[in-house]
Design a protein around this ligand. Structure first.
Ligand SMILES: [Zn+2]
Length: 292
């Protein structure tokens, strides 16, 4: 297997992340703050990575952004908390979790101090919102760049990029005249650096220098668009990403032609449309037969 195409799964390279069962939302100096909390004797669940692959992490963050759009911070906090409970605490400083300590998963005193007293697992909704928005915008712009470079029609992509007119002319040719703008955008986008660290066995290891789930998601996005499109879907970790025609969310395709996400409501809509098409076809056939 070609190693270049097996990078989509970052779990193996990512450091330990923590998933907490319980969060509190409070107001502090006019900001809504989310804090992980642990009961006496409780420890968070530790995962290598995020308990899911990089592509899923990336898309789930975009979908979280879409679900909190238009909600105030206090209400949005509930959606964000559910996301954290399902996946992982979104921000972490690498020094917070001493993963080279073999007993860290059971050290309730360490976790009590780090979480409840030191407050290492606290963040405000406003910051998370800004990060979600910036990831969402990068995602739409970069996916549009990829299509543009492949000389595909980008009009539906441009219709979603509502916050800037900067790319309004991207549907025109030759594509070469857009390369400068594409390059300038990529240069401004935050990237991922690598660093030397200590892994769970207390051994030296080169690993991505992630400080939040957003770093990991941008890494997945970057890898996704770097894989040539002519590689078949489901080859190694090559996946197809599409916008659901029913709900507008981004999802991972199981096959080239899939147009709807796995949400039960969207599947129902797909079946309704299918049966309408079948009905139209039947009427058409009857009409054709009448004139035959
Ligand atoms: Zn859908």
């Amino acid at each position: 297997m070609n190693e270049d195409f097996s990078l989509g799964k970052i779990s193996a390279d990512a450091r330990l992340t923590a998933t907490f069962k319980c969060y509190e939302k409070t107001e502090q100096n006019g900001k809504i703050v989310i804090t992980a909390c642990l009961g006496k004797g409780d420890v968070p669940k530790l995962n290598r990575g995020y308990g899911l692959d990089g592509n899923e992490l990336w898309l789930s963050l975009n979908n979280l952004y879409q679900s909190i759009r238009g909600k105030d911070d206090y209400t949005a906090a509930d959606d964000i908390i559910s996301w954290c409970q399902q996946y992982a605490h979104p921000y972490y400083a690498s020094e917070d979790i001493e993963e080279y300590r073999w007993d860290i998963e059971k050290d309730t005193e360490y976790w009590d101090f780090s979480t409840n007293i030191h407050g290492n697992f606290t963040f405000d909704v406003h910051t998370m919102r800004k990060d979600l928005e910036s990831l969402y915008r990068d995602t739409l712009v970069i996916l549009m760049f990829k299509k543009c470079l492949e000389r595909l029609d980008v009009s539906t992509d441009l219709a979603q990029i509502t916050w800037t007119n900067e790319f309004a002319d991207f549907n025109s040719f030759p594509m070469q005249k857009h390369l400068g703008k594409i390059s300038a955008y990529l240069n401004k986008m935050s990237g991922v650096t690598m660093k030397l660290g200590l892994d769970e066995n207390g051994e030296l290891k080169v690993m991505p220098d992630f400080h939040s789930v957003f770093d990991a998601a941008r890494f997945a996005l970057s890898q996704y668009v770097s894989i040539p499109t002519d590689y078949p879907i489901a080859y190694a970790d090559r996946v197809g990403v599409a916008t659901c025609e029913c709900c507008g969310r981004l999802f991972i395709k199981n096959g080239n032609r899939q147009k709807y996400c796995d949400n039960p409501e969207c599947k129902k809509e797909r079946n309704r449309r299918k049966s309408r098409t079948a009905y139209r076809r039947k009427i058409q056939e009857e009409n054709d037969n009448r004139w035959a």
